[in-house]
Design a binder for this molecule. Structure first.
Ligand SMILES: [Zn+2]
Length: 96
């Protein structure tokens, strides 16, 4: 967990994060699926950082989300992805 927190303070990540937000026009990708235009607040690793650290800067593995949707991707009780989070992995792989 400590390593993960450190990662989010990495200037390289900060720059990447901005690039992804710009790419997604600062809109939440999950809300967009329902035709809602909601400002994104965070950039989510589709395949979690601890599972695939090699994909941490991979744009294909990153999506912009609002806080509400981001909370829906992670089960905070066990730190695992929710069904919705898993869905995004399949969606990302299908797009390739
Ligand atoms: Zn959203």
């Amino acid at each position: 967990m400590k390593q993960v927190n450190k990662f989010y303070k990495d200037p390289k990540w900060m720059a990447k994060r901005i690039r992804i937000l710009k790419r997604d026009e600062y809109r939440c990708k999950e809300c967009l699926r329902y035709g809602r235009s909601v400002a994104a607040a965070t950039v989510h690793h589709v395949i979690p950082l601890d599972q695939r650290p090699d994909l941490k800067f991979n744009s294909d593995n990153l999506i912009s989300l609002c806080n509400k949707c981001h909370d829906k991707m992670h089960d905070r009780t066990n730190n695992k992805l929710t069904k919705l989070g898993e869905q995004w992995i399949r969606r990302m792989k299908a797009e390739k």
